[in-house]
Ligand binder design. Structure first.
Ligand code: TYD
Length: 134
């Protein structure tokens, strides 16, 4: 299975402009318990560098662009997110890194759980050791 799982959102726009609706269990494959957004990212900054034990997330670049690297411990795949009509599904146990944020980038993230630092795996060796097939 590809490491890049994109969900397309229909636009409900009309002559006034665009509108996108995200709904639990409809175009979001989990119940949304938390929403956060990353913006004003300084040039050259890279973020992420972790996996989650259980958390599932959907990342949508609603303005500007940024690059994601997805890594399952064996393969890595990269994608540029640059559309408010596409969500990148970040499954549990997917190491992810984000780079090349445009100055105007607003990255919206929907999450299946509230924030829990204990759900993070921030050490790459620990991530590899925690994989079921290692
Ligand atoms: P972190 O997840 O490390 O950011 P990234 O992976 O995007 O580089 O989060 C940065 C800080 O913000 C860290 O101290 C935890 C805190 N934080 C929350 O308190 N709540 C949240 O929902 C998130 C995502 C982070």
């Amino acid at each position: 299975m590809s490491l890049i799982n994109l969900i397309d959102f229909p636009t409900l726009g009309d002559e006034r402009g665009s509108l996108v609706a995200l709904e639990n269990s409809n175009n979001v494959p989990f119940d949304i318990k938390r929403v956060y957004y990353i913006y004003g990212t300084a040039q050259g900054v890279a973020r992420g560098f972790h996996a989650h034990k259980a958390l599932q997330q959907l990342a949508i670049c609603i303005k500007g662009c940024c690059r994601f690297v997805m890594d399952d411990g064996v393969n890595k795949e990269e994608i540029i997110l640059s559309s408010p009509l596409k969500g990148l599904f970040i499954n549990s146990m997917q190491w992810h890194e984000m780079y090349d944020f445009s100055a105007d980038c607003i990255l919206l993230v929907l999450a299946s759980e509230v924030y829990d630092e204990n759900d993070y795996i921030r050490n790459y060796e620990s991530f590899i050791e925690g994989l079921p097939y290692v």
